[in-house]
Write a protein that binds this ligand. Structure first.
Ligand SMILES: Nc1ncnc2c1ncn2[C@@H]1O[C@H](COP(=O)(O)OP(=O)(O)OP(=O)(O)O)[C@@H](O)[C@H]1O
Ligand SMILES: [Mg+2]
Length: 291
């Protein structure tokens, strides 16, 4: 378990050092921190950007966080969809603070809140908003799959509800998996897939996940994000429920204001067996539009 006081202290220390390390930035403020990085906001040459600071050897002495960080940057370099966050002006570089190594780079700043923040505020999205969210995520997955990438961590904390017309934007490619056999060295391998348990697709728990995980994994996670966002919390309460035989019910049985048509559409992506999920993204987008 990560000690949150310890990370909070480092979040503050990095905050106080960043203006010296990055003279190009101004108006620095704090956003948040997670398992591998601290996130700040600052003006870079007059543009707001999110400053990402990955701690490379603070919690782990092995190369796993370093690999994650470079994998994320590598993925973002390839992707151009408006529904996926873009890199900013600060090129990735490593700096030391008190003997700890940090990889610093920036992304465009996405004004708005994550879906996780909105769920915590007990915000209740309409069916129209849920359809729009799913459409944005389908567009993002269409592009990642063409680049042979599986995001693996689509969840409310990794989607920003942004200002129109981009509306919903996918962030945090730190555990993206490449399915291109020529590039497999970019992906850290291990017995278990990295994942966020509360929002993971069932196949991410398999020991042979490398053989099973495809863009259909992202389709499940996208639909489950929509489902959870509609309910204000994840439907499955623990891993046993998530891996058990019971599927998510039709959303309209839990939210009576949601149509049966849209609920059935979501259900096709929420099948626990990935082979049974609808998989033609172009068709899915067309169908969603006509609902
Ligand atoms: N480009 C951005 N623009 C605005 N806010 C952002 C941006 N990137 C991240 N954030 C905010 O910071 C939070 C954490 O960012 P991110 O998901 O990239 O890191 P993390 O979850 O800490 O990473 P990791 O999973 O690698 O530990 C997000 O939930 C979001 O609120
Ligand atoms: Mg995240």
């Amino acid at each position: 378990m990560v000690n949150s006081n310890f990370l909070n202290m480092w979040f503050e220390t990095v905050f106080s050092q960043l203006p010296n390390l990055l003279p190009v930035i101004s108006n620095l403020s704090k956003i948040s921190w997670g398992g591998s990085k601290f996130v700040y906001k600052a003006l870079v040459n007059g543009r707001w950007e999110a400053i990402k600071v990955c701690h490379l050897n603070l919690l782990q002495q092995d190369d796993s966080i370093r690999l994650r960080a470079f994998r994320e940057i590598d993925s973002l370099t390839k992707l151009t969809s408006p529904y996926i966050v873009k890199l900013g002006q600060i090129e990735p570089h490593v700096k030391k603070i008190n003997d700890v190594e940090f990889l610093i780079y920036s992304e465009e700043y996405l004004p708005g809140k994550s879906l996780q923040d909105l769920m915590q505020e007990r915000y209740v999205p309409s069916e129209e908003e849920l359809k729009n969210l799913l459409n944005c995520l389908l567009n993002a997955i269409e592009e990642t799959s063409l680049s042979h990438l599986v995001h693996r961590d689509i969840k409310p904390g990794n989607v920003i509800k942004n200002i129109s017309p981009r509306t919903f934007v996918l962030i945090d490619f730190s555990i993206a998996l490449t399915t291109d056999p020529n590039l497999s060295s970019l992906t850290a391998t291990g017995m278990m897939s990295p994942r966020t348990n509360a929002y993971a697709a069932p196949e991410l728990f398999a020991v042979d996940y490398h053989q099973i995980v495809t863009y259909r994994t992202d389709l499940y996670c996208a639909a489950y994000t929509v489902f959870s966002y509609a309910l204000g919390e994840p439907y499955f309460k623990n891993i046993n429920e998530l891996l058990g035989p019971n599927r998510c019910p039709l959303l309209c049985t839990l939210r009576t204001d949601i149509s049966e048509k849209f609920s059935c559409f979501l259900a096709r992506l929420l099948k626990k067996d990935s082979n049974l999920r609808s998989g033609n993204i172009t068709k899915l987008k067309e169908e969603l539009k006509s609902l």
